[in-house]
Design a protein around this ligand. Structure first.
Ligand code: MV4
Length: 461
C-alpha cells in the first residue's frame, strides 16, 4: 500500500448562519469570508433591504419587524439554518447571544453554537454562581457573600454590617445595570430588599438577591479572553468602558489610562486561570470595577462585545476570526507570550438619537460621509439612502481609531469625528465632538459617573 499523505481533519462546518443584524452582521460576515466560510444572513421584514443580505451567500427573511418574532425567534433561526445548510450559528451580541437554552438547542440540532458551551452561559447568567466561580478561581471580587441573601432579617442585617455601608443589593438574574439598589444606611435596608426582590421576581422570574459593598467612584475596566477546547486560554488586554450614560457605553478605549502593565497583569492571569478552571470555550469578557488601585470582579459576559475592536487594534488579533476558529475545534494559534498591547485605541458609538432627549431617531440617511486614513476604522452597516428603523438598537456605526499614544489617538478621533457627516437623522456626533474636547477626559482616569455629570453641567451652561 502506498503511503497516503496525512489529510487534514474535515472542518466541523463550512457555512455559518449569522443570527444578527446591523454592523455586527457585517463584521461577522467579513470574518467568515476571510476564513473561507460561506455565510447565511437572516433578517426581519424591516431589514429586507439591508446590504448585509446581498453580500451573504444566502439570505432568509425569518419574521416580522418585531425582534421577538424574528431575531429572538429560536425555532425560525434553527429552521433557517437547516434550510440554508448552515453547520454553525453565530449569535453576535444582544438578541440570543447569552441565551443558554438557545446554545443548547443548537447543539442538540447537531449544529455548532459559535460561543461558549451552554453551561458556561448559564453559570455566568446567574450573577451569584458567576461570583462563586470567580472567588473559587482566585479572581478578586467585590466584598460580600457569594451566596443568595437569606430570609432572616437579623442575618441580613449582620451581613450588611460586616460588609459596611453603603452596600448594594443586586438581583442574581440582573446584570448590565438592571435589578440593583444602593442602600446608604441600615434603616433603609429591609425596604430596599423588599423592593428589589419584587422587581427581580417580575423582571427575571427569580427573587434571588445578593449583597455587596457599594463602590462610590469606580472605573469600569474589562478584560478580554479567548479560550479553545484544548486547555489553552489567553487574555488580550484590557479596556476602559467607564464613559457611559444610563448603562449605555458611549466611548471605549484600550488600554485603560494610568493603569500600569504590572498592575493589570496579575488580574489578566487570574481571568485566564478562571477560564481554565471552568472549562470555558470561546471569547469572553471579565468586567471589573477599579477603585483606589484595586480590581473587583462584577460580571462575566459570554459573548462577543460591541467594543471588541479597540482590543483588536491594540492586540492585532482578529477576535471574530479567532472566535470562529476555536468553535471549529482548532487550538488557539497564539500563546500568552505572543500577546502584546501596541499603542492606544478609542471607539465612539455613533447612535441615531436626539442630541437633547437621547430618544432614538428613525428615518432616512440622506447624506453620509465617513472618515478614512491611517489608524481609522469604521464598522457600519449604513449607507446614504439607508432607512434607520425604530425597531432596534440605535447604533448605526462605530468609529475606531488607533495611534501610538493616547493623546495621538484622541487627536485622531477628533479628526475622524470631523470627517463624519450624517444627515437626515439626528445623531450623537455633536456630543462626541464636544466630549473629545473635554480636559478631564483628555487627562484620563475619569470614573463611571463622569459622563452623566458632564452632561448635567453642559445642560446647565
Ligand atoms: C456596582 C457598582 C458599585 N458597587 N457594584 C452597574 C452595571 C452592572 N454591571 C454593575 N453595576 C455597578 N455595580 C458595586 N458593588 C456600580 C455599578 C455601576 C456601574 C458599573 C459599571 C459601569 C457603569 C455603572 C454605572 C452605574 C453603576
Amino acid at each position: 500500500m502506498p503511503e497516503t499523505p496525512e489529510q487534514p481533519a474535515p472542518e466541523l462546518f463550512d457555512t455559518v448562519l449569522i443570527a444578527n443584524r446591523g454592523e455586527i452582521a457585517v463584521r461577522i460576515q467579513r470574518a467568515c469570508r476571510e476564513l473561507g466560510l460561506k455565510t447565511v444572513a437572516i433578517c426581519s421584514e424591516a431589514d429586507r433591504q439591508a446590504p448585509y443580505g446581498s453580500t451573504a451567500d444566502s439570505f432568509l427573511c425569518i419574521g416580522p419587524s418585531s425582534a421577538a418574532k424574528s431575531y429572538l425567534n429560536q425555532d425560525a433561526i434553527l429552521l433557517a439554518a437547516r434550510l440554508a445548510g448552515a453547520g454553525a450559528i453565530h449569535p453576535g451580541y444582544g438578541f440570543l447571544s447569552e441565551n443558554a437554552a438557545f446554545a443548547d438547542a443548537i447543539e442538540k440540532a447537531g449544529l455548532v453554537f459559535i460561543g461558549p458551551i451552554a453551561s458556561s452561559i448559564a453559570i455566568m447568567g446567574d450573577k451569584i454562581s458567576a461570583k462563586r466561580a470567580m472567588m473559587a478561581a482566585g479572581v478578586p471580587c467585590v466584598p460580600g457573600p457569594d451566596t443568595a441573601l437569606p430570609d432572616d432579617p437579623a442575618t441580613i442585617e449582620r451581613i450588611a454590617l460586616e460588609i459596611g455601608y453603603p452596600i448594594i443589593i443586586k438581583a442574581a438574574g440582573g446584570g448590565g445595570g438592571r435589578g440593583m439598589r444602593v442602600v446608604p444606611k441600615a434603616d433603609l435596608l429591609h425596604e430596599a430588599i423588599a423592593l428589589t426582590r419584587e422587581e427581580a421576581r417580575k423582571a427575571f422570574g427569580s427573587p434571588s438577591l445578593y449583597m455587596e459593598k457599594f463602590l462610590e467612584h469606580p472605573r469600569h475596566i474589562e478584560i478580554q479572553v479567548i479560550c479553545d477546547d484544548h486547555g489553552n486560554a489567553a487574555w488580550l488586554g484590557h479596556r476602559d468602558c467607564s464613559m457611559q450614560r444610563r448603562h449605555q457605553k458611549v466611548v471605549e478605549e484600550a488600554p485603560a489610562a494610568g493603569i500600569a502593565p504590572d498592575i493589570i497583569q496579575p488580574v489578566g492571569m487570574a481571568c485566564v486561570q478562571a477560564c481554565l478552571q471552568i472549562g470555558y470555550r470561546g471569547v469572553g469578557t471579565f468586567e471589573f470595577l477599579y477603585e483606589d488601585g484595586a480590581f473587583y470582579f462584577i460580571e462575566m459576559n459570554t459573548r462577543l462585545q460591541v467594543e471588541h475592536p479597540v482590543t483588536e487594534m491594540t492586540s492585532g488579533v482578529d477576535i471574530v476570526q479567532a472566535q470562529i476558529r476555536v468553535a471549529q475545534g482548532h487550538a488557539l494559534d497564539l500563546a500568552q507570550g505572543d500577546v502584546t498591547c501596541e499603542g492606544h485605541s478609542f471607539e465612539c458609538r455613533i447612535n441615531a438619537e436626539d442630541p437633547e432627549t437621547f430618544l432614538p431617531s428613525a428615518g432616512v440617511v440622506t447624506h453620509l460621509a465617513l472618515p478614512a486614513g491611517p489608524g481609522i476604522r469604521v464598522d457600519t452597516h449604513i449607507h446614504s439612502g439607508y432607512k434607520v428603523s425604530p425597531y432596534y438598537d440605535s447604533l448605526i456605526a462605530k468609529l475606531i481609531v488607533h495611534a501610538p499614544t493616547r493623546a495621538e489617538a484622541m487627536a485622531r478621533m477628533r479628526e475622524a469625528l470631523a470627517g463624519t457627516e450624517v444627515e437626515g437623522i439626528s445623531t450623537n456626533i455633536p456630543f462626541l465632538r464636544a466630549l473629545f474636547e473635554d480636559g478631564a477626559f483628555a487627562q484620563g482616569e475619569t470614573d463611571i459617573h463622569y459622563l452623566e455629570q458632564w452632561l448635567k453641567l453642559r445642560r446647565a451652561a
